[in-house]
Design a binder for this molecule. Structure first.
Ligand code: NAP
Length: 338
């Protein structure tokens, strides 16, 4: 399509009320309106797939690190889509692009916000779920640059059966580390051992995390890669050994009460064990994205990086998908097929 007199209708997910706690479907509304005609230097994109990330919850607060979503505003989301009208020299119609598409079925935005997908032959779910900025690249910089994982080390990963967690486990294994994955439920723990290849798993919902860590790592862990925060962070701190690295990637257990976060009470273990705790966002590594993408792509092509995905069908299910992220309803990266 390249006809601006025949613009498609676009469905949008908008914020109706700010959630008090975890996000719920009722906090959102789907509206439908005609897609905006692109102005000069803008493109109209047909959205194909959107990633559901925990950071979206943080934008639902009145003050937010990633920028607050206003009441009535469209929810943010990163994803992949096809350019159907281009008023920019940067893209041609038919190009597959990635960027901040927002939670909607068609997007009209400045072309400069988007990047052309380097390997459009790879399906959008693998692009987002394994090679994406908030999956593969986050895992890569977190475990390699911040965690500095080495052969023979013991790595504990929380949120291990999620989008970031599954890739972290595999990247650590590829460096020759031993990996303990923490996840909620027997089924997720089985996927971690049988499909992702961790050495052992801990079901935090039914097992004693501290006892299980001590069973597998009586001398302590070298790295804790944290996606969850709260109580699990304290238990991990209590099990670090000398020169450990605690990588703060995220704290999904805390995002729904951002103003009253449960911080670690056992942080003095860092001093006792001459260890460090370091947080990061993937955006701090932006200048190295290309190098990491090329390495991840090679690993994927060699069959060394794989992960199940959780795909919800249709933009109408975006609110439900976001709700599921906070109740552990996903195994692997949660995405919406638009
Ligand atoms: P995900 O891990 O695919 O999904 C979230 C998982 O978190 C759920 O499946 C659930 O698994 C677990 N969870 C939810 N609420 C929990 C709670 N209260 N206590 C314990 N576990 C809980 O999500 P993701 O998008 O890959 O993100 C994982 C983490 O990485 C998040 O903290 C996110 O903010 C962070 N992240 C950071 C960056 C960065 O740049 N630093 C980039 C992307 C993502 P269980 O069933 O196992 O509980």
């Amino acid at each position: 399509m390249s006809n601006i007199s025949n613009l498609p209708n676009s469905k949008k997910v908008i914020l109706k009320t700010r959630p008090d706690g975890d996000p719920h479907e009722d906090n959102f509304e789907i509206i439908e309106e005609q897609a905006k005609a692109p102005d000069d230097e803008e493109i109209l994109i047909e959205v194909q797939a959107l990633g559901i990330g925990a950071w979206i919850r943080t934008t639902l607060n009145e003050k937010a690190f990633h920028g607050a979503t206003p009441i009535g505003g469209t929810l943010p989301s990163m994803g992949i889509g096809k350019v159907i009208i281009s008023k920019s020299k940067k893209f041609s119609e038919g190009d597959i692009v990635t960027g901040p598409l927002m939670a909607q079925s068609y997007t009209t935005m400045p072309a400069d916000f988007f990047t052309k997908v380097a390997n459009p032959e790879i399906d959008p779910f693998t692009q987002i779920g394994i090679l994406g900025v908030s999956t593969g690249l986050t895992a890569y910089f977190g475990i390699y640059d911040v965690g500095q994982v080495k052969e023979g080390e013991i790595v504990l990963v929380s949120g291990a059966a999620g989008g970031v967690g599954m890739i972290v486990c595999q990247l650590a294994k590829l460096k020759g580390a031993k990996v303990i994955g923490i996840a909620g439920g027997k089924e997720k723990c089985e996927v971690l051992v049988n499909e992702v290849g961790v050495d052992t798993s801990i079901d935090y919902k039914s097992e004693n995390i501290d006892e299980k860590i001590k069973e597998y790592a009586p001398d302590g862990i070298d790295i804790f890669f944290d996606n969850v925060g709260g109580e699990i962070l304290d238990i991990a701190l209590d099990n670090i050994r000398d020169r450990a690295r605690v990588v703060i990637c995220g704290a999904i257990s805390q995002y729904s009460h951002h103003d009253a976060v449960d911080g670690p009470s056992l942080y003095l273990r860092l001093a006792e064990k001459y260890s460090r705790m370091e947080g990061f966002t993937v955006m701090h590594f932006e200048e190295h994205y290309e190098k990491a993408y090329i390495e991840l792509l090679e690993l994927y092509r060699l069959g060394k990086l794989k992960a199940p995905f959780h795909i919800e069908e249709g933009i109408d299910n975006f609110p439900l998908a976001l709700q599921k992220l906070f109740t552990g309803g996903n195994t692997g990266k949660l995405m919406v097929k638009v």
